[in-house]
Write a protein that binds this ligand. Structure first.
Ligand code: CMC
Length: 391
């Protein structure tokens, strides 16, 4: 079978060409379709950024309005899906529910749409719209609360917050600062080239499975604590430090100890060998959003102190380990009232435009090859079957 090059974890393997997201890990640069993420965070909306990623350019006014209207029109979930929700155990993790429900969504739409360009475009918008309704629904049902339906007069982000937090006894008052914080949070998560979950979407999609199934695989991949699940793991780590009163220097010492499996969650990155540009914005957001919301979070002080100690430690300096997007994002989400178990779901909603655009890029390529890595076999070359009474 010839010569096989080993590259565990694909640290040095390019799997595709792509015109979607540019990253320079040495300089800490991230651009979507050439536009710096900092500019998008300042001026764009999540819906506009999603359009940019999927279509390759910014929409004009008419296109943006049409997209927003379509997102509102698509936002309801088939009533039969509520029955699925009701039957998950109360403590089921919302990421497991979301992945299953996105896959289940496939059954409600005609298969014909998979091959028709107009149908595929409809599927993109449908997924973008419904993932938000489904995420909010899974939270409401897990709390035993009645589902809140989407409203056509609300923007994408406002609608999500309302579906999460509105209550008949205490109507949810939309705070423009929270809506904007959510908008920026989702823009920062919108794409990140060939990360674990996007690679999963491409690999699964390369077998020509439908988009719902490919996205469902992406959500499953994102769930892991080394990937999107890190935002939940960071808050759990900071909470543990807070509750136990552990010394920050000791925590950093543990993270360096090779005999201790503990790692500093929210630190390190495969590509960034400098400060993650998303983390920089997220950290700044903590400084503006928390005071605006009059939230004082002791976890923010712990995070700042951890960063300070780690970034002056030769271990972290030599290995180029800096805070990544997940280090400060949970603190912003907490301030917004998002419960910890929903953090990775928030990441998934944000990453959806990236998954869709990366899948589309593959599907539009006439030479899209099925992903099929090779291996180096290390087992028995040949051995005889032994009947059960002789073993
Ligand atoms: N704490 C302590 N040591 C670390 C950490 C950390 N967070 N991250 C990496 N290292 C060490 C690691 O032990 C290794 O040391 P050595 O060379 O002596 O064996 C070295 O740094 C390189 O690490 P690696 O695991 O080989 O690097 P990787 O590129 O395979 O993994 C990573 C990248 C993000 C999985 C890893 O840095 C990590 O586990 N970080 C914590 C989890 C986390 O924050 N994940 C979120 C990533 S960013 C957003 C996202 O993808 O969702």
């Amino acid at each position: 079978t010839g010569y096989i090059t080993m590259d565990p974890g694909f640290g040095n393997t390019g799997s595709c060409t792509s015109a979607i997201t540019f990253m320079d890990g040495e300089k800490g640069i991230l651009r979507y379709r050439g536009i710096p993420v900092e500019q998008l965070a300042e001026h764009s909306s999540f819906v506009e950024t999603a359009y940019l990623l999927i279509n390759g350019r910014l929409p004009n006014k008419q296109e943006l309005t049409r997209t927003s209207v379509q997102l509102n029109d698509d936002s309801l979930i088939h009533e039969d899906m509520q029955i699925f929700y009701q039957n998950f155990p109360r403590r089921a993790h919302p990421m497991g529910i979301l992945s299953a429900m996105i896959n289940a969504l496939r059954s409600f739409y005609p298969e014909l749409e998979d091959t028709d360009p107009e149908g595929i475009n409809r599927t993109f918008l449908r997924l973008l719209s419904k993932i938000r309704t489904m995420a909010a629904m899974s939270y409401r049902i897990s709390r035993g609360h009645k589902v809140v339906y989407p409203r056509a007069d609300y923007s994408y982000c406002a609608n999500f917050l309302n579906m999460m937090f509105h209550s008949p006894v205490r109507p949810y008052e939309l705070d423009p600062d929270i809506v904007e914080a959510l908008n920026v949070f989702w823009i920062l998560h919108a794409d990140h080239e060939q990360n674990c979950s996007t690679a999963a979407v491409r690999v699964v999609g390369s077998g020509r499975v439908n988009l719902y199934a490919a996205i469902s695989a992406g959500i499953a991949a994102l769930w892991g604590p080394l990937h999107g699940g890190a935002n939940q793991a960071v808050i759990e780590m900071l909470t543990n430090i807070h509750k136990s009163g552990a010394d920050i220097e000791d925590v950093v010492r543990r993270a360096k100890d090779k005999d201790d499996p503990f790692r500093l969650m929210g630190f390190g990155h495969r590509v960034y060998k400098t400060y993650d540009p998303r983390a920089r914005i997220m950290k700044k957001m903590c400084d503006t959003v928390l005071p605006k919301l009059k939230v004082e979070d002791p976890l923010l002080d712990i995070a700042r102190r951890l960063e300070e100690v780690a970034l002056t430690d030769p271990y972290f300096i030599d290995k180029n380990l800096y805070p990544n997007v997940d280090f400060y994002s949970g603190i912003v989400l907490r301030a917004m009232g998002i419960p910890t178990e929903m953090f990775t779901v928030m990441f998934a909603i944000g990453r959806l435009p990236g998954w869709i655009s990366q899948w589309k890029e593959g599907a539009d390529d006439p030479n899209w090859k099925i992903s099929r890595p090779r291996q180096v076999y290390t087992g028995n070359i040949a051995t005889d079957y032994v009947p059960i009474n002789k073993r």
